[in-house]
Design a protein around this ligand. Structure first.
Ligand SMILES: Nc1ncnc2c1ncn2[C@@H]1O[C@H](COP(=O)(O)OP(=O)(O)OP(=O)(O)O)[C@@H](O)[C@H]1O
Length: 258
């Protein structure tokens, strides 16, 4: 399974947001970190792949299937988008909301539903919250529930837009470990917008670096997030060093002039 993106253009209002964005085909089973400065088109790219904003492309294919004529509702069976700000909460318990999410696509026989819900909730550390109402949860807890809902579908592609933004460090690592395991076990392609470059270095296989609506670098995450790319993408003087446990860490020394 691959996702092919060639020459994507998307104009919102009068702004050309995606400007001929192309990427080397993205393969299943991998976690791809989408990074780039604010307003550079990361969310728009996700929304374009999900079919939520109008875009033109020379090629927008999933598994050889042309997605261009496929509307967002039909794409949702294969491509699941988790936005930055999820919609307002209904007065449902976490368990009920996961049940609704599972039923929405009927990918599982009903007798597996309970096991599926409890397994996903346990994996994400949500088991103690299953009986709580969504509108009584904290922002971070709710974000975890949206993620669990998205994962109920077993899509081919998961688009996660800053899924760590409201989470404490423990949950951040918990979520990324789970996402990574899912990608490998279920041969899922995960595109994840991350502002924390250290999380990208630690958990992503590949990085896609955006600037002004195009891809300026793509490849294995450790090779791609180098000083030169970080300078161009973020206007920072940065280096990637190994910590005492041999994990790569981005250190920003200075800001570069605009
Ligand atoms: N509906 C819209 N109408 C007009 N312009 C829009 C619309 N949505 C987004 N934009 C503009 O498109 C550009 C890219 O926005 P997008 O949300 O894709 O950026 P981003 O890289 O995800 O940013 P961030 O890291 O801040 O979330 C921004 O300049 C934004 O103002």
């Amino acid at each position: 399974m691959t996702l092919e993106l060639t020459d994507l253009h998307c104009t919102l209002g009068s702004r050309a947001v995606l400007q001929g964005l192309s990427a080397t085909p993205l393969a299943k089973g991998r976690v791809v970190a989408i990074v780039g400065r604010n307003g550079t088109g990361k969310s728009t790219l996700m929304r374009a792949v999900a079919g939520l904003v109008p875009c033109s492309a020379a090629r927008l294919h999933l598994n050889g299937r042309d997605l261009r004529g496929v509307n967002a509702a039909a794409r949702a069976a294969h491509v699941r988008y988790l936005p930055q700000a999820a919609p307002g909460s209904l007065h449902l318990t976490v368990y009920e909301s996961l049940r609704v999410a599972l039923n929405a696509h009927r990918t599982q026989p009903a007798d597996c539903a309970h096991e599926r819900i409890t397994a996903t909730a346990t994996d994400l550390g949500l088991a103690p919250l299953l009986g709580r109402y969504l509108d009584e949860l904290s922002g971070g807890q709710r974000q975890l529930v949206w993620l669990a809902q998205a994962l109920m579908h077993r899509p081919e592609v998961m688009l996660l837009d800053e899924p760590l933004a409201a989470l404490d460090p423990n949950y951040q690592h918990h979520v990324m470990q789970h996402v990574r395991r899912l990608a490998a076990d279920q041969q899922l392609l995960v595109l994840v917008v991350l502002h924390d470059l250290n999380m990208a270095l630690r958990y992503a296989d590949e990085a896609l670096v955006l600037l002004d609506g195009t891809v300026i670098a793509q490849g294995p995450v450790h090779a791609t997030l180098n000083a030169e790319t970080l300078a161009q993408a973020f206007l920072v003087n940065a280096r990637v060093e190994r910590c005492s446990r041999n994990m790569p860490v981005v250190i920003v020394d200075d800001l570069l002039e605009l």
